[in-house]
Design a protein around this ligand. Structure first.
Ligand SMILES: C[S@@+](CC[C@H](N)C(=O)[O-])C[C@H]1O[C@@H](n2cnc3c(N)ncnc32)[C@H](O)[C@@H]1O
Length: 320
């Protein structure tokens, strides 16, 4: 943990543009899980921090009421502060490390787990992934958000060593070399290791299951974004053989941010004035052959805005 304390004391997550966009995309995708069960039967487990933004959003947008926030803050007074800030009665705060608590949460019913870590890749992350793969039911989703700390300041020739030490005893992705880990390459190597850990846990579990109950994982999110640091969010839905018809690939591929492979969606939203925002939104969705324009905004910024505008946050001064 950072010497200045947990991230909820240092960062106002509610003002993070890229994160806000990502959150809306995530919820848009999660809404497709309705095919498996009504959301009244789902449980959401996350790291809510002090603002509980993810938990409040899945309650507001999806109607999930069974909500658990895991928090490793050990100080009693700070725990009271976290309890005080819970925006909803039904949020249950559990104090401790995710490695210890995830195996003990109720896994009855379908579950959405979104672990938004403060620290980069570690063996602990992969343990949490394996716990999900071992215990979650068909129709459940796992999202992992990680900062890419080590990739940013390590000398290129030392990257492979740094990555190996980050993932502990998990196998390195086949063919990975140091230069693959430069910049955003680190994120994609993390994605491969996370996907591998999930697939391995599902395969081990499958040995004891009838073929109709065996679970397959579908990657649905692969998002790279920058707020104050580079971040990766990767997410999967697990589906049993017998429920495979409930995961409708066409519904997912219809969502422009859907990414099932190594190529990530990059969220790098341009900073626009309210006037520019309105002006650009009025030109969208763009007519065939038409082009977007606003004085002084580059073509790259316009293209990025067009990709993100449906989810672009409008920050309005207010006391929430
Ligand atoms: C990045 S913040 C969560 C921000 C929140 N998702 C949001 O968008 O508003 C992570 C929170 O989880 C806690 N945390 C991080 N890693 C954890 C772990 N492995 N186990 C338990 N709590 C953890 C941190 O103390 C912090 O409060």
């Amino acid at each position: 943990m950072d010497v200045r304390g947990p991230s909820y004391k240092r960062v106002d997550y509610s003002l993070r543009r890229a994160k806000a966009i990502q959150r809306k995309m995530v919820v848009e995708g999660l809404s497709l899980l309705r095919r498996f069960a009504p959301f009244s039967q789902y449980r959401f487990i996350g790291f809510g921090g002090l603002r509980f933004a993810d938990l409040a959003l899945v309650h507001q947008q999806l109607g999930i009421t069974k909500l658990i926030s895991i928090e490793h803050e050990a100080d009693g007074l700070q725990q009271k502060r976290l309890q005080f800030n819970k925006p909803l009665r039904s949020i249950e705060l559990r104090f401790g490390k995710s490695n210890d608590l995830l195996p003990k949460v109720p896994w009855t019913g379908r579950t959405i787990v979104w672990l938004d870590y403060d620290d980069g890749m570690s063996a602990d992350v992969l343990t949490d992934v394996a716990t999900f793969g071992t215990l979650a039911q068909s129709g459940s989703a796992l999202l992992i958000s990680l900062p890419l700390r080590a990739g940013d300041d390590t000398k290129p020739e030392k990257l492979l060593k740094a990555f190996r030490s980050a993932i502990g005893s998990s196998p390195l992705p086949a063919g990975l070399i140091s230069s693959d880990l430069d910049g955003w390459g680190w994120a994609q190597a993390c994605r491969r290791v996370i996907a591998g850990a999930l697939q391995d846990a599902l395969a081990d579990r499958g040995l004891a299951l009838a073929s109709s109950e065996r679970l397959r994982c579908h990657q649905v999110y692969n998002i790279e974004y920058v707020d104050s640091r580079r971040m990766l969010t990767v997410g999967f839905v697990i589906v049993s053989q017998e429920e495979s018809g409930r995961f409708l690939v066409d519904e997912w591929t219809d969502l422009p941010w859907f990414r099932s492979k190594e190529e990530a969606l990059r969220i790098d939203p341009p900073i626009l004035t309210p006037h520019e925002l309105r002006h650009l939104a009025q030109q969208l969705p763009r007519a065939d052959g038409g082009s977007l324009s606003s004085p002084g905004i580059s073509d790259e910024e316009l293209a990025m805005f067009e990709q993100l505008y449906r989810h672009y946050p409008l920050f309005i001064e207010a006391i929430a």
